[in-house]
Ligand binder design. Structure first.
Ligand SMILES: *Cc1c(COP(=O)(O)O)cnc(C)c1O
Length: 352
């Protein structure tokens, strides 16, 4: 094996079969009932015997129209994850430094090491605030800077002004991962800066707000030059005709996803208040603009096991991640699921 491959640990989502799944930031509402038949028909009628259009023909055109960019500024991938990997194939490698801002999405570090990309980490400060000045300094010699907005697993937005400064300072690419942006306050995206900065790229996915985690479709908006670089390294047929048909149905019916997105936003504050009420039991919750909350609880790993084993509720355990000691990440589910996780946590922490 390549030494860099031999050193890797396979990505492990720590899934186990439970009744209440609040561990992977999926949309627990699923495909809206009025879209489900449209999507099923589109998938059924897709040309299964033909190779897909590599760059996503109609899907690409519709994404471009939606976001007000040219089709040459859009590239689709087999989930946001494939596109992230393609950034490292195109812009990473030995001598091509990545700057990142941990604690954040672990996949960046995994892909960086696969292709021997040196990583410069600029750790977040108290309450997970990014150290923008230190990031700017590090960006001056970077080939790729990745910031996540809202950040996974801390839930905070990266300051827009910080993105501007990064684009100006960095001779390479500034990738803003907006996987959760649909759950954030309006006006939080940095997409409107694409016309100003040729080195800015914005990542989106259908896995979270659009309830298609199983389909595996994501896309990047960037300048035509960045899109061409990503197109050069991609696997030609990575997004299947079925996935393209499903994503196209979601794009053309995107308004139908709004009720669930708004319900999740509302229940995020309700869940946050309920968890905040557990402060006397040692619980701390951070504000979030995503569909999950980062929560600190005493003896988090043990609590995580007991939620799973005694209450059949799965959340994500981050307690062994540096900077996230005793932290769990709880996806905002449906109201009844959110009630269940609060009741279970209360009972565990009260020592019942
Ligand atoms: C979920 C997620 C993605 C992309 O997920 P895909 O399912 O591969 O589209 C990208 N970035 C972050 C931070 C995520 O949490």
């Amino acid at each position: 094996m390549r030494p860099s491959a031999a050193a890797l640990e396979p990505y492990d989502p720590a899934f186990s079969p439970v009744e209440v799944i609040l561990s992977a930031n999926e949309n627990n509402y699923g495909i809206p009932p009025e879209v489900a038949p449209v999507l099923a028909k589109a998938v059924t009628e897709a040309a299964w015997n033909r190779y897909p259009v590599p760059l996503g023909g109609e899907l690409r055109n519709q994404l471009a129209a939606w976001h007000g960019v040219a089709p040459e500024q859009v590239i689709v991938g087999n989930g946001g994850d494939e596109l992230l990997f393609n950034f490292f194939l195109a812009f990473g490698g030995a001598g091509h430094a990545l700057v990142s801002c941990p604690p954040t999405f672990s996949v960046y570090g995994l892909y960086a090491s696969m292709v021997e990309t040196p990583v410069v980490e600029v750790p977040r400060e108290k309450d997970f605030a990014p150290n923008v000045d230190a990031l700017i300094e590090a960006a001056r010699t970077a080939t790729l800077v990745v910031v996540t907005s809202p950040n996974n697993p801390t839930g905070d937005l990266f300051p827009r002004e910080g993105v501007r400064r990064l684009c100006e300072a960095c001779p390479g690419i500034v990738l803003v991962d907006e996987a959760y942006i649909e759950f954030a306050d309006p006006g939080s995206t940095v997409e409107d800066m694409l016309g100003e900065y040729q080195n800015l790229a914005v990542l989106h996915t259908f896995s979270k707000a659009f309830a298609l985690a199983g389909a595996r479709v994501g896309y990047v908006l960037a300048s035509p030059a960045v899109v061409a670089a990503l197109a050069a390294v991609r696997q030609p047929y990575s997004v299947s005709v079925l996935d393209q048909a499903a994503a196209l149905a979601a794009v053309t019916h995107r308004d139908a996803f709004q009720p669930a997105i708004q319900a999740i936003r509302q229940d995020r504050s309700r869940l946050s208040n309920m968890l905040g009420g557990l402060a006397p039991l040692g619980v701390r919750v951070w504000p979030s603009q995503a569909n999950f909350l980062c929560v600190r609880v005493p003896h988090a790993h043990e609590v995580w096991c007991r939620l799973r084993d005694e209450h059949s509720i799965l959340v994500r355990d981050f307690s062994s991640t540096p900077g996230l000691e005793d932290c769990l990440r709880i996806t905002v589910g449906k109201p009844e699921e959110n009630d269940l996780v609060v009741a279970a946590l209360t009972s565990i922490l009260k020592g019942e």
